[in-house]
Design a protein around this ligand. Structure first.
Ligand SMILES: [Zn+2]
Length: 281
């Protein structure tokens, strides 16, 4: 009997290649594309690029993830024409996207041009500590740019490979026992491997062997969700930073202050009384 394996549109699987002493993270967030498109009123093409960026930030999170309270943000900025996009991910698959203002009818093209810049921010201890690095775009390719970033930031010989064929990808990371031979074998595999080939079988939770030498053993899996942690308290703090003078000016012009979260588009509205209480406390 023929078994049809359905490719999961929204899943991440982490596991091991025990023979090569490598760990892998395999993921697809295809299901988020229409969700991003709807939330940000954007074209399918731009939503797909955003999903790819989100996947990239997830892979960076999954890289040597020692603490669960870590999150990673990637800010992608293109110079000409100017366009920007921010993706933030947590190791459990939760993430959020912010897009710059743009005309949805204009063609956007690829944001990954040679003049584009990636700014990677790693937060630790629930966003109390942040480390930011700048990464130049290499070969118009997000995966290669992030590989380069990981190699630079680790300052040790490591073999990683991210292949975000939007919106799916695979990430390989060497374990301490891996030998030069293991690095070579996994890199060769990574360059020719299409992540979709593995997603269906591994999503079933069973080990999977390819090219006779590589056994993929899945250990853990989860799903991606768009989730924002904005709150009235955080937005009140933002108003406080704005300063009493500017707040008073906005109130005089509009009678209220409305702030939209750039990530989830939720609107926060403050009356004159609310503003007064913000600056009293
Ligand atoms: Zn929000």
């Amino acid at each position: 009997m023929l078994t049809v394996v359905r490719v999961q549109p929204n899943v991440f699987i982490t596991g091991l290649l025990p023979d090569q002493h490598y760990r892998f993270v395999l993921a697809t967030n295809e299901a988020l594309v229409p969700e991003i498109q709807q939330m940000h009123h954007t074209s399918e093409d731009l939503a797909r690029q955003a999903a790819g960026l989100l996947l990239g930030s997830f892979f960076l999170c999954a890289h040597s993830a020692k603490s669960e309270d870590r999150s990673i943000g990637i800010h992608l900025q293109r110079k000409n024409p100017p366009e920007r996009m921010i993706a933030q991910s947590k190791p459990d698959g939760e993430g959020r996207i912010s897009m710059g203002e743009h005309d949805p009818d204009l063609p956007t093209g690829n944001l990954l041009e040679s003049g584009s810049i990636l700014r990677v921010t790693r937060w630790q201890e629930n966003r109390k500590l942040a480390f930011t690095s700048l990464v130049g775009i290499r070969h118009h390719d997000l995966g290669r740019s992030l590989d380069y970033f990981i190699q630079q930031s680790d300052q040790i010989m490591s073999s990683t490979r991210i292949v975000p064929v939007p919106s799916s990808g695979i990430f390989f990371e060497a374990l301490p026992q891996a030998t030069a031979g293991d690095h070579g074998a996994v890199l060769d595999l990574a360059f020719e491997l299409q992540p979709d080939v593995l997603l269906g079988p591994l999503a079933e939770g069973k080990s999977w062997q390819i090219k006779s030498a590589f056994v993929f053993v899945p250990l853990h899996s989860g799903n991606f969700t768009l989730k924002c942690d904005c709150s009235t308290d955080k937005v009140r703090l933002l108003v406080r930073f704005m300063g009493a003078d500017e707040a008073a000016q906005l109130l005089a012009e509009r009678g209220k202050i409305e702030i939209k979260c750039e990530f989830c588009q939720k609107k926060y509205c403050f009356s004159e009384q609310d503003i007064a209480s913000i600056f009293q406390s």
